[in-house]
Design a protein around this ligand. Sequence first.
Ligand SMILES: Nc1ncnc2c1ncn2[C@@H]1O[C@H](COP(=O)(O)OP(=O)(O)OP(=O)(O)O)[C@@H](O)[C@H]1O
Length: 732
Amino acid sequence: MSQNIQIGTRKRSRANMNNSTTTGPADNVSANKAFLDSFEDTRTNNLLDEMFARQNSFLSDNLRNSLDLNQAENSHLPRQHQHQLFLDNENAIDLDDEPRTTNTTINNINNNNSSRVDEDADDDIIFIKEQPIQFSSPLILPSSSSNNNNAANTYITTPKKFKKQRTISLPQLPLSKLSYQSSYFSVPDQKNAIVPRVTQTENELLHLTGSCAKTLEGNKAVNLTIAHSTSPFYNPPLQLEPPPQPLPPQSTFKKQIGSSLRKFKSNSSSESASSSKSNFKTDKDGHYVYQENDVFGSGGRFIVKDLLGQGTFGKVLKCIDNKYEPNYDNGRNYVAVKVIRAVDRYREAAKTELRILQTILNNDPQGQFQCLLLRECFDYKNHICLVTDLYGKSIYDFMCSNGIARFPGSHIQAIARQLIRSVCFLHDLGIIHTDLKPENILICDETHIAQNLPPKTIQSLSKRRREASKGKHKILNNPEVKIIDFGSAIFHYEYHPPVISTRHYRAPEIVLGLGWSFPCDIWSIACVLVELVIGESLYPIHENLEHMAMMQRINGTPFPTDIIDKMFYKSKHKLGNSPSDLNSTVIKHFDKKSLTLQWPEKNKRGETVTTEKSMKRVLQSCDRLDIYISKILKLDYGDSMSINWNLPAEKNWSLINSKMLWKKQIHSSSAAATDRLDKETFLFWYWFIDLLRKMFEFDPTKRITAKDALDHEWFNLGILDDGIANYNNTQG
Ligand SMILES: Nc1ncnc2c1ncn2[C@@H]1O[C@H](COP(=O)(O)OP(=O)(O)OP(=O)(O)O)[C@@H](O)[C@H]1O
């Protein structure tokens, strides 16, 4: 060990490195990366900077090219440039010193990457002398097999020379690296009490019941200020007091909740209420009837400018808040107001939503955790009104208006990090969102670049998408998002309705009537993430049987028999709240003895009764997740992209690499040119799918928690794509 000469000093080591229990490929990757991360030295940094600069300039050129209106036909050019870049990196993992020969055979490729890059031509390679190797395998150190910690801490030097791999981690967006530290929280009904984060015991992960009384009790504590208006045809009195300056910090908003609203103060709005009418009407279903320029709120404080959305609970309006001057703080005078239906049932639900929003605000007044922030609330003409910050389009709407609905990998990672971190924060507060879906994830900044799509691609779009996208592929400048709609969110100790979530994002434990808790949010996020990759819903279904058949197909495995056993037991003993149609649409499709799903459905005569359309949807339109996602990724990276989650990452990559080299040698170079894949990009997607697999675990008690998901290997990996290039361009 004493002979080892390292470049620089050890800076940090990967947390999970010492916990490795195998010397499998995954561990090698971690070890290699950690190894690389562990050097701090100006020379190294300069090299890294230079490399990033080169990569960025490549991508910037690509983007510029693709934005050129005359280059619609050349929209694949960026990928070809990237291809070049990726080919340069191809041998980045080689650890062997054998010289590379031009006529490399497939055999020696399979023999663990014995090819070598041309050293002279590669100025990015950093050489080091002997390095310690960390063995953690009990096979190597049998005496330590009973104590992995010891094993992990044992170093053995090898006589061989090691070459530090040239590969550097590919870049990540800052949002992909957001950190999370759980701490202590305050909850509303334990006044001023600070409580530790909720620990998710098995009992917490699978709730059978929930107390309705607790929810009602909690809601009783909600006091709403009644806002009066001087409708109809309100003309506000002139006020001499100037509008507030500067903008109060968001933390002060919480103090305003429940307190009396200030009187209308501004007469300076160009959209002044004097030109607006307070004609606020409610229809027979208790919905506010939208009319532009309606004024409402105490003293006619809000002017309705747009209808942002409407749902079961009410309408969401874009309004001018006359508390602020026009254009105050870059549009801060605009707010979103959710006007709840004037119906007791919905008012009661809104009180729970209010308690949840208030808890979020109390614990995150600066809005660091991507949750909707409540500014104020009041009761107006029997409508509970929730005033919140105004954000952009939902992810769903953005996808619908995009010529290519799929997001770049870097954006998917940034969005995944934000969602999982946000949900981790909520779960620590004891809150389950229950309705995570693209419609409830809003984009903060809608600015984007728009690349022209080739005419062929435009032709293949549906009429609606063609019109909405105007034949453009949009890429956001900044994929920052916010989670909204806490209308179905609950505190984990309160009432759990038997059925929650929008169908496409509904976890199996809900469908199977097992009871549900925090893990249902993880399943929903996984569905959303897949949707961002494939550009459409993973579960485009409307009924239970097809849903269950599809879940099995996508997971590539039947439901575990122990959870089906629990389902039968729970139903037999009438435990907890069950969906009313559980027997007729779920239980009857399982065989009591084998505990397996009987699909396709057969009648008593043994004839298949499942429709052909349904068979097609399950068997042709979807596939096991790794295969399904690989099919989509092939569009970007060529036919060789083929992730197999049953193979360790290294082995999977070796096979792909062999195939690509074989293609290059046997076929013409044009055939090989369809492959635009390098190892780091492959690993990025491999580990993404690995995380998804853990999020799609059938058994909620075994499903990865939000906290553990944040520590997943995928969040250490970067990718070079249009999302990164666009971000760098916008940062100047
Ligand atoms: N703060 C906001 N900024 C911008 N748009 C918003 C905001 N809040 C809500 N919206 C828009 O309004 C729509 C409906 O909002 P929300 O989901 O909160 O209402 P809902 O009545 O609970 O709807 P649903 O019944 O569909 O769940 C959202 O999909 C979004 O498009």
